[in-house]
Design a protein around this ligand. Structure first.
Ligand code: HEC
Length: 195
């Protein structure tokens, strides 16, 4: 006589244990996903605060340099605008770039100053920066995004710079272009879960 094989049946106790197990698994997955999302949000908020603070500090420093009409140094450094009696004149852009090089070498953050109307073609914007600069013409509010650069995640924060009276001493020929100058700051995301 042919033997009949039915579906294996679990007794009530096993079914109950299995259901409880599944509920615990689903709840754990939900808690894990929520904690992860919260951590991501906190990391981004932290990076945003850091980027704003660093950029504010750099803007203040640049204004200070601009109000003195540039700073004179005893060494030429990477670049200088003028030389007089053995002293070298550094513009705010030159100071920005030299400081950026140092902080980048330490692996912390970097600045990029750029414009649609360039004094120095080496400061040309990337495609993404160009789009942001054009957007700044009508919407001068900060832009930020996470991006991957050379395999590392970076947080990019970009603001439009307003042209003050102190800037016109050297940028007078660009009068009327009050916006369209911008610079961006990028911070490396160094939290372990993003590495
Ligand atoms: C002492 C002269 C001087 C002053 C003051 C000055 N700049 Fe500049 N600026 C320059 C020079 C020269 C460059 C190009 C230098 C370089 O990149 O090495 C430059 C570059 C820039 C750039 C990068 C894009 C480009 O044109 O190459 C921006 C943006 C900029 N300046 C904005 C400003 C703003 C805003 C101020 C006022 C806070 C200011 N500058 C004050 C001389 C000056």
């Amino acid at each position: 006589m042919a033997q009949r094989f039915g579906k294996p049946r679990l007794n009530l106790g096993a079914r109950f244990t299995l259901s409880i197990g599944l509920v615990i698994l689903a709840a754990s997955a939900f808690v894990f996903a929520s904690v992860y999302r919260l951590q991501e949000e906190q990391t981004l908020a932290h990076l945003d605060t850091q980027a704003r603070a660093l950029l504010t500090q750099m803007v203040v420093l640049r204004q200070w340099v601009a109000e003195y009409g540039g700073v004179w140094t005893m060494q030429p450094g990477d670049s200088f605008a003028e030389i007089s009696n053995g002293y070298y004149l550094k513009t705010p852009a030159m100071v920005t770039k030299e400081l950026s090089k140092r902080s980048d070498a330490l692996g912390y953050y970097r600045f990029h100053i750029t414009s649609l109307n360039l004094k120095n073609p080496d400061n040309a914007p990337t495609e993404a920066e160009r789009e942001a600069l054009i957007r700044f013409e009508n919407h001068p509010s900060p832009l930020s995004e996470l991006e991957t650069v050379d395999g590392a995640q970076m947080y990019r924060y970009m603001i439009p710079l307003e042209t003050a009276q102190s800037c016109l001493r050297c940028h007078g020929d660009q009068r009327g272009r009050r916006r369209g100058r911008a610079r961006r700051l990028r911070c490396r995301v160094r939290d372990s879960h993003r590495r």
